[in-house]
Design a binder for this molecule. Structure first.
Ligand code: G4P
Length: 544
């Protein structure tokens, strides 16, 4: 077997293989690693649960989306974990479907847009975008589509909540085309308008997939596949309308084209109701059929790792304080190539030092508590990985380093100081930790010292997270003071020197050494650039 291949799950392997062969039993099952993304309330948690239900990773839906207090919990997945007694890391949900392994990577669920989402999306091969049939494209839908385009992530679009009154399907297609500038290529088309969801027309074989409701949408919705001749009189009228629109779409060059989808020019569309579990099976099947498998990845120096090469992975999320019983710090890494084996010693690309992986935490499993093996596309949570930061690469074999996830332009700036000076040590430690996790960018200067660093955020909610964690986790209340800056630019050491003391701007440094210049407004930033052409002033990509 080639490296990176395995034929059974760990549990099966343990049962079946004689001891001396155990390590050679590899998992060759293909992976699909993706994220469900949407504007808040479009149905991300409901869909996640419906997918797990359909893949039979859980037995019954409803405990999560039937609960009024769900929003109050730390993360929807955590409440799901409690409700179901299943084990989920807050980073990824792993389950089997048909002969595949599905890795559903969680994205931050809060309504404010933050850099987390961008970083997490660096760990997926594709995305499922949910659109609320009643609301159409919402601000975050547009932003997320932009991020996917920027990162070259192919997107499958799901028009959700079709069981409720909403826009017409053709209108929705038109919105996607005009506002996102990506061609929608529906694979299914609704039979029955929004609010009267009878089923869908499978556009590739012109069959009618008729859905049946189950009590409260708690179990998998039974479906029937019917030929055009078998459509009942009751459904005849709405079926004929669907057929007519389907033919219109075909004439309009709106049929699926795999190459254009992978190039990000088109988005396959399907219609669903996550709440009723309608269309969920089709979505899983589409993921297997169309979504890209983990592929080759290019390092900063242009060398490329194939999934079958030596082990390599990059960290896309660092989290601590999930377990109040002990100080844990987890670094979540996405495996790019090779096989991960618990306990293996890898090299940390940034420092060149060896790094021994002690434990890797479980993903979605019934009883597993630690990952013994993992493969390209899988997400592992490395325990007590204090040396690892977001963006770091770990590898075995020849050196490889993957590009860092770009940081986005902060637009909100505050100074932060210890609310209780007697707790300065805790304050310093907390700020350092949050900086490493990338919760917020921490900017420092000799002038401001350690007592008064500047926090820079893409969205204001990031400050709330800082406040909450500083109080609850690091036992250090904080005081914020708003700064009158709106714009950040990057510069080099020479630029930093030249700009020191200039009016209307301040030069600070990130912990990675990058010099950041803050300006009161765009006008001043542009004027400074114009008047000092010799100074490097680089804008960051817009996050909001
Ligand atoms: P989010 O994670 O994207 O924020 O969305 P979430 O799944 O929490 O869903 C938001 C609301 O939309 C929930 O209702 C949920 O039940 C509902 N919903 C999700 N999918 C569908 C669907 O396909 N059809 C219909 N009709 N509703 C759907 P809620 O009232 O906020 O909460 P709850 O009290 O019903 O749980």
């Amino acid at each position: 077997l080639p490296p990176g291949a395995r034929v059974h799950t760990d549990a099966e392997a343990r049962d079946r293989a004689p001891r001396r062969y155990r390590r050679a039993v590899l998992d060759t099952r293909p992976r699909r690693t993706f994220a469900v993304i949407s504007h808040p309330d479009a149905g991300k948690s409901t869909t996640t649960e419906a997918l797990a239900l359909h893949a039979r990773a859980i037995n019954e839906a409803g405990a999560v989306h039937g609960k009024g207090d769900r929003k109050a919990t730390v993360s929807d997945w955590m409440s799901m974990e409690k409700a179901r007694g299943i084990s989920i890391t807050s980073a990824a949900l792993q389950f089997d479907y048909r002969d595949h392994v599905i890795n559903l990577v969680d994205t931050p669920g809060h309504s404010d847009f933050s850099e987390d989402t961008y970083r997490v999306l660096s760990a997926v091969d594709s995305a499922v975008m949910l659109v609320d049939a009643g609301k159409g494209l919402e601000p975050q839908t547009l932003k997320l589509f932009r991020v996917c385009a920027l990162r070259g992530i192919p997107v499958i679009t799901v028009i959700n909540k079709w069981d409720r009154p909403g826009l017409s399907p053709l209108e929705l297609m038109d919105m996607i085309e005009r506002q996102i500038k990506i061609r929608p290529t529906p694979l299914t088309w609704p039979v029955g308008e929004a609010g009267d969801f009878r089923g869908v027309l499978d556009r590739r074989n012109e069959e009618f997939i008729k859905y049946t409701r189950t009590a409260g949408g708690a179990t998998i919705a039974p479906e029937q596949r019917l030929g055009a001749d078998d459509v009942s009189d009751d459904d005849r009228l709405v079926w004929e309308q669907a057929v007519e629109e389907h033919e219109l779409l075909a004439l309009d060059d709106a049929d699926h084209d795999q190459e254009r989808f992978l190039a990000g020019e088109t988005t396959p569309v399907m219609f669903a109701s996550a709440l009723l579990n309608f269309g969920v099976g089709q979505l899983l099947d589409l993921l297997l059929e169309l979504a890209p498998a983990p592929g080759p990845t290019e390092g900063v120096d242009g060398t490329v790792r194939q999934p079958t090469d030596d082990f390599s992975a990059f960290v896309f999320k660092v989290q601590s304080g999930m377990n109040s019983a002990h100080r844990d710090r987890l670094a979540y890494a996405r495996i790019v190539s090779g096989e991960f084996e618990r306990g293996m010693v890898v090299t940390h690309a940034g420092t060149g030092r060896p790094f021994a992986t002690k434990f890797a935490q479980t993903v979605f499993g019934r009883e597993t508590t630690s990952v013994e093996h993992a493969y390209p596309g899988d997400i592992i949570g490395l325990v007590n990985a204090n040396a690892l930061r977001v963006g770091d690469t770990i590898f075995t074999g020849p050196k490889i380093e993957y590009p860092k996830v770009p940081s986005f332009a902060p637009e909100h700036f505050m100074t932060v100081s210890a609310g209780d000076i007697g707790r300065f040590k805790q304050f310093r430690k907390g700020i350092e930790q949050l900086d490493q996790e990338g919760v917020v960018q921490v900017l420092r200067s000799d002038l401001r010292g350690d007592q008064n660093p500047v926090l820079a955020a893409v969205g204001p909610l990031q400050f709330e997270v800082v406040e909450d964690r500083m109080v609850n986790e690091f036992n250090s209340p904080v005081r914020f003071a708003r700064l009158d800056y709106q714009v950040a630019r990057l510069t080099d050491p020479a630029g930093a020197e030249a700009l020191k003391g200039m009016r209307g701007c301040e030069v600070l440094q990130r912990s990675d050494g990058t010099h950041v210049v803050l300006f009161t407004d765009n006008w001043r930033a542009n004027a400074t650039a114009r008047d000092n052409p010799e100074i490097t002033l680089e804008a960051l990509p817009a996050g909001g």
